[in-house]
Design a protein around this ligand. Structure first.
Ligand SMILES: NC(=O)c1ncn([C@@H]2O[C@H](COP(=O)(O)O)[C@@H](O)[C@H]2O)c1NC=O
Length: 528
């Protein structure tokens, strides 16, 4: 069906960005403007001639705006098929003027609830007339162009100017698809809010709405396409960050940077500077220190080989001293809450290096959801926002840990929470000295971590691996004493683990026999 020239447009928008110049351009093409209360007022103030929706419907806006456009004279004008004789006759009979262009954006429901609105205010911000019109126009895209995003205004003006029928039809399909995604995400946000209000954690249906933030060059591998979508959550991190410099971020960069920043945010910047270096979403070095430079140097010493091409996350403003250290080796991404001008200038010497600034750290204790796609579905769970506190630890061995051991154990367990299971993390003096990640056997993780510490010692001409005199953290209990024995053989003097194995007694006995101090957290941190 050949698309009709746009001669009549209905504009009803909450976000009035770009509205006036767009409407002026439409008027310049002799398009009749029909509009609702606030939109009409804005257009008239700009000197434009507007037909009120109430004039078309013969019915006033009523019930605090709950009913404005919900009328056959509007919906008939949007839904009538232009090439259907019966539809056209119905328009004639009932005095329904066709609408060729619909420009609607919705009541800002997500922003309203994000601002802490009460229940009644949130309900009033559920747009009804807008989505009804959008869906009607999108269904009838053969006859109506539907615009839900001010970014598309120029595209429509171009369509009007060029009158290229074939391209116009194709574009209208794209606009319709975008419109349905828009109302779908809008309703998804309402449903999610409603479930939260009711305290329902696993509602019968769940909709995840996101807005494309970037088309990525490729996915995890070059033969996979990928894009990055952001939600309304506003959690500081890759989704909210400003990229100060560097190459375009890749799929893997985004995934790794997210892991890095979430890990480093566990450490309160008021207590200590913290740095995490991440590869393939696992840390290859994490440390705290009195300065970021000190923390970075300590983190790098853990596994300087793996750190090459890594992601560096910092829990405080990147300063010049730390920047000088970081640029000494090839790094893909730096993420920090902020950076000093001096630090930015130093990073600028590496033009490909991406620097992301978030303005804030994510709150590791905040509630939220995490998702994982499976074949034919997805898993949802609450975020792992917990961490054992020192007072809840249970000493299970004859020997009690020293203050230093205790501090290192909490540090190591915090890091272990962010390492793929099974994990064993050795730490000493506020720095990881060996990390075993993602093994199918806990014993292997313990061995790999110890082996990596040996390699690091060899590289730095250290007489012995730093696991000697270290503490070890295990993300989950030791099912048998064998894993604990590896840790003891590596020279660790204290162990932190959740406990809860059927064979805890055997594990405790092995720890006692080796003279280790061991504490149970009662809390597991699997991460798959
Ligand atoms: N009730 C209706 O018939 C109705 N029709 C359009 N709206 C919305 O009213 C807003 C624009 O209102 P105004 O032009 O008064 O600023 C738009 O977000 C639009 O989606 C409506 N409002 C809510 O449902």
């Amino acid at each position: 069906m050949p698309t009709r020239k746009i001669t009549r447009a209905l504009l009803s928008v909450s976000d009035k960005t770009g509205l006036v110049p767009f409407a002026q351009a439409l008027a310049g093409h002799d398009v009749t403007l029909v509009s609702t209360g606030g939109t009409a007022k804005a257009l008239r103030e700009a000197g434009l001639t507007v037909v009120d929706v109430a004039e078309v419907t013969g019915s006033p806006e009523m019930m605090d705006g709950r009913v404005k456009t919900l009328h056959p004279k509007i919906h008939g004008g949007l839904l009538a098929m232009r090439d259907n004789a019966e539809h056209v006759a119905a328009m004639d009979t009932h005095g329904i003027p066709p609408i060729d262009l619909l420009v609607v954006n919705l009541y800002p429901f997500e922003a309203t609830v994000a601002g802490g609105a009460d229940f009644a205010t949130a309900i009033e911000n559920i747009d009804i007339g807008g989505p009804a019109m959008i869906r009607a126009a999108a269904k009838n895209h053969a006859g109506v162009a539907v615009v839900v995003d001010p970014e598309d205004y120029d595209q429509v003006l171009e369509e009007i100017a060029t009158h290229e029928a074939a391209r116009r039809a194709a574009r209208r399909r794209h606009l319709a698809a975008k419109a349905f995604a828009h109302t779908g995400a809008y309703d998804g946000a309402i449903a999610t809010w409603f479930a939260e209000e009711l305290g329902v954690t696993a509602p019968h249906k769940r909709v995840i709405g996101g807005t494309r933030a970037a088309k990525l060059r490729y996915g995890e591998n070059p033969h996979q396409w990928a894009a990055f979508y952001t939600t309304a959550e506003q959690r500081p991190g890759v989704a909210t960050a400003t990229q100060v410099q560097g190459k375009e971020l890749s799929y893997n960069n985004l995934n790794d940077t997210d892991a890095a920043f979430e890990l480093v945010a566990e450490f309160d910047p008021n207590s200590s500077a913290a740095v995490a270096i991440i590869k393939h979403a696992n840390p290859c070095g994490v440390a705290v220190g009195s300065t970021l430079a000190e923390a970075y140097t300590k983190a790098l010493a853990c596994d300087g080989v793996s750190a090459f091409g890594g992601i560096v996350a910092l829990n405080a403003t990147l300063d010049a001293e730390a920047a000088e250290e970081i640029v000494k080796i090839f790094t893909e991404v730096i993420i920090a809450p902020n950076a000093s001008d001096e630090a930015k200038a130093i990073i600028a010497s590496k033009k490909n290096l991406r620097l992301l600034l978030t303005g804030a750290l994510p709150d590791p204790r905040a509630e939220g959801l995490t998702y994982r796609a499976l074949a034919g579905g997805f898993l949802v769970q609450s975020r792992d926002n917990r961490l054992v506190d020192q007072d809840a630890l249970k000493v299970v061995t004859k020997r009690k840990p020293s203050e230093q051991e205790l501090a290192d154990m909490i540090f190591a367990f915090t890091v272990a929470k962010h390492v793929k299971s099974n994990t064993i993390v050795y730490a000493k003096d506020g720095a990881t000295v060996g990390i075993g990640a993602g093994q199918m056997s806990r014993v292997d993780s313990a061995r790999i971590a110890a082996r990596k510490a040996e390699d690091a010692a060899e590289r730095s001409a250290c007489p012995s691996p730093l696991t000697i005199g270290s503490v070890a953290a295990s993300d989950a209990f030791f099912p048998f004493a064998d894993g604990l024995q590896v840790v003891a053989d590596a020279g660790a003097t204290a162990v932190i683990q959740p406990g809860g194995s059927m064979r805890d007694d055997e594990v405790i006995a092995a720890a006692d026999a080796a003279g280790l101090a061991m504490v149970f957290t009662g809390m597991r941190h699997f991460r798959h």
